[in-house]
Design a protein around this ligand. Structure first.
Ligand SMILES: Cc1cc2nc3c(=O)[nH]c(=O)nc-3n(C[C@H](O)[C@H](O)[C@H](O)COP(=O)(O)O)c2cc1C
Length: 322
């Protein structure tokens, strides 16, 4: 069930894996979580690297699987796989600006193919209905246009499919992540969606929980998603300011969970999280440099235990295994 208005964690490739989703959920319980984009072609072939993207931690927080591709039949099969894995909704990626993805006709390229985009949404809706075990949501996350905003045509075309949710990142494909998000385009889209059965989330450049609440109120929308502001800040959705020791404790828990979910995973992939966790800490440069050389949980444990902070050593020592 979704209780509107929603303040949720946006899908972020390479970041919002099962480990980070669980960490954010434990720290501040957002109203919704999303997987990173999961390529449907790889998923239906059972590729292990793709399949592991659909690991789901135990929680009552709704989690949507985000699917990426451009062939309706493959979306049908991928939807059934994601629903069987326990996801509460299917979000279709129609916004990714990565050149490799766009040149293959997926992600933001679907903005240029509104009929195909509609066919994909209808197919996912059919898969959800055919599966039929419980209510599951169908949503699309997209951008305001390809080279320039085309709110009326694009949002109007999506609405014809009577999907459950549209999330709009207020930049065009051409803008990628540059400049400011154009919230005035969210206002235009909100006015079109309001009064239909479809719910509407805004997204782009939100920095705090207070700002999220203000955007929902000012733009009269059903929710917002927050991405980059949650990097290193899984407390984002509760408004809590963590102490130094709490930050370190969560960094350590993040490593523990990584080992639990991905025992053969590349531990070095955690380094970006280390940078984000410690960047706001005083005298963090030395700590960051040492964390950047770690290869396993034990390396991290040694650095943190000898950090000279009794509270940290205590928390790490008592940190329960995941
Ligand atoms: C590194 C990176 C990876 C992203 N991966 C995805 C993705 O997998 N799926 C998606 O729909 N959006 C993805 N996005 C876009 C974000 O979900 C979000 O729309 C964008 O960052 C703007 O929101 P923010 O300012 O709150 O971060 C990604 C963004 C970044 C920076």
């Amino acid at each position: 069930m979704l209780n509107f208005p929603i303040i949720g964690l946006a899908p972020i490739d390479g970041v919002t894996d099962v480990v980070f989703r669980q960490i954010v959920d434990e720290c501040s319980r957002p109203d919704i979580l999303y997987t990173e984009f999961v390529p449907v072609n790889g998923l239906i072939l059972g590729k292990p690297v793709i399949t592991k993207m659909l690991l789901r931690h135990q929680t009552k927080t709704p989690i949507f699987a985000q699917l990426l591709g451009n062939e309706p039949d493959n979306f049908y099969k991928a939807t059934i796989i994601a629903l069987e894995a326990g996801f509460d909704g299917i979000d279709i990626n129609m916004g990714c600006p990565d050149n490799n993805i766009v040149k293959r006709g997926s992600g933001a390229a679907l903005i240029l193919q509104p009929k195909l985009a509609q066919a994909i949404i209808k197919t996912v809706k059919k898969a959800v209905a055919d599966w039929g075990k419980k209510k599951a949501f169908v949503s699309v996350k997209t951008r305001i246009g390809f080279n320039k905003p085309i709110i009326k045509e694009w949002i109007g075309s999506l609405l014809e499919t009577e999907l459950d949710i549209i999330t709009l990142h207020a930049r065009s494909y051409s803008e990628r992540y540059s400049g400011h998000a154009h919230w005035e385009e969210i206002a235009k889209a909100g006015a079109i969606v309001r009064g239909t059965k479809t719910k509407f989330f805004g997204n782009g450049d939100i920095k705090s929980l207070d700002e999220a609440k203000k955007k929902i109120k000012d733009y009269q929308i059903d929710g917002v998603l927050i991405g980059r502001a949650a990097f290193g800040n899984p407390w984002m959705f509760g408004g809590h300011s963590p102490s130094f020791a709490e930050r370190i404790q969560i960094l350590y828990r993040h490593c523990q969970l990584f080992n639990q979910y991905f025992p053969n995973g590349d531990f070095r992939s955690l380094r970006k999280h280390f940078v984000w966790y410690v960047k706001s800490l005083p005298h963090a440069a030395d700590l960051k440099n040492r964390l950047m050389k770690t290869e396993c949980l034990d390396d991290v444990k040694k650095i943190l235990e000898y950090s000279g902070d009794d509270e940290i050593a205590d928390k790490i020592g008592n940190g329960s295994d995941a």
